[in-house]
Each structure stands twice: as C-alpha cells, then as structure tokens.
Design a protein around this ligand. Sequence first.
Ligand SMILES: [Zn+2]
Length: 284
Amino acid sequence: MPELPEVEVLVRHLAPLLNGRKVRTVLVNRAKELTPTTPRQLTQALLGAEFCGVARRGKYLLFELRRTKRAAPRTLVGHLGMTGRMYLLPAQAPLPKHAAVVLGLGRENFIFEDTRYFGRLTLDASALERLGPEPLGPDFTVRSFADALARSRQPIKLKLLDQSLAAGVGNIYASEALFRAGIAPGLQARKLRRAQVKQLWQAIREVLGEAIECGSTVPLNFVGQGKCDGLFYFGRAPGAPDYYEERLRVYDRAGRPCPECGTTIKRRVQAGRSTFYCPNCQRG
Ligand SMILES: [Zn+2]
C-alpha cells in the first residue's frame, strides 16, 4: 500500500503535468470511489475547471481546481487505497479495464485506476480533519511525539499506524523506523524511554526522507507494469532495476538475514497487520 513517500513522489510527478490543464470531460466508472460525492456532483464541480495545484497531506493527494482565475479553488481529495494508480495516458490509448475515473484533458486523459476499489477520488475533505502532523513538517516535534506516546497503551508498532500521531506513516515505514531505532514492535508505546522516543522520531523522519529521495530517482512511466512495480503502484519502466525494495531493511524480508547482524528476520501479526523485525537488533 502506498504511504507518505510514494504519494509525495507521485504528487511531485503529477504537479507539473496537471497544472494549467483544463478538465473537458468527466467519466466515472466506479461511483463507489467518489463516496459521498456523486458522479453528478463531481462532473458539475470539475467540468471546465483548471488544475492549479497538486499537494499532499498524509497519504492523500490534494488536487486544486478552479473555474476562473478569480474563483476560489475546489479541492479534489485522492487516496490510492491498496492498488490505486493515478497517471496520464494519451487520449487515443484504450482505457484500462479498472479505470475508476477518467478526466479528459484534451490530448491526454488523467486516469484513476484501481483494481481493488479501496481508493478514493472525492470532493469530501472530512478525512483530512482527523490527520495529525506531517512527520517531515515543523509540527512533528520530539515533544509532541513523546506526549502522544505517553498516553498510549498500544504496542508501539500499532500506535505508529495511528494517522493522528504522524500522518502518512503506514505498515512499511513503521517496521522500517522501529528497526532503525532498535525498538521491539511489541513494546507498549508509553514504555518507551526518552532516548528511544528521540531515536524513533529521528528514524521516522529518516526512513521517509530517504524513501522520497530514492523514489524521486525511479523512472516513472505512468502505467503500472505488473509484478515489478513492487511498492510503487503508480508504475515504473519494465526492466528498471528494483531500487526501491532493495533499500527496505526488514519489511517483507522474513526468513532473510538481518542486514546489521545476520539474525533471521521475523514476521509477526499485530492487529491483523504484518510486522517485520530483527529479534536481535530490536530487543528494547
Ligand atoms: Zn539484526
């Protein structure tokens, strides 16, 4: 599932391609993915409007559109869910089978494709209200992080998935950050020592920052290419090296040696989600 870095890379990729483009047609194949917006509301809001900004909040993509230069922009909120992709496709190319929403931009179509239908493209921005600070932003401080952890009886791995703690951290980067900080995923959040809180805060920022940097070097070709997409659901050139997955240290590497100590990496399930960790490096 795409997390903060994947969405950030996608936003940076899409922004220059979309800014200034006008929506000429709106096609909705999967009305469910607009919920609670209806296809009619979406069409009314977007038809004739121009993209004037693409941004990110947590794992959400925020598309700003306006009808005239003086009109207030409207925000279209996107979420990739499990398998969502957003990309431009030449207008003459056949539409992909799972195209949920297609915005005609003239020579190209903006495609929101989703094979498993957990994604969203909606005018409803209420989901954003529940988000905590951006982990790479100034509001995510060691102090605020420590305060939030001190109030939680959850295992630290599960607490990290709480979007009100740090928006955009998901299963992959929670495992990676805990490994980097040397913290056992089952440790109760409020039991972290002060030094561990600081290390984890730092590790979260590092793993996210490095993933964005790494993702920025991955060649994107808009349309997904199957199994080699790995974690970049929005696509990569066929045969391009697997830069991205190689840099994950523990995630999805159960049974392989820990890159630090050689101990076999373990997988455990916490609240239905897989956690990957090194039982030797992550004792505390
Ligand atoms: Zn280890």
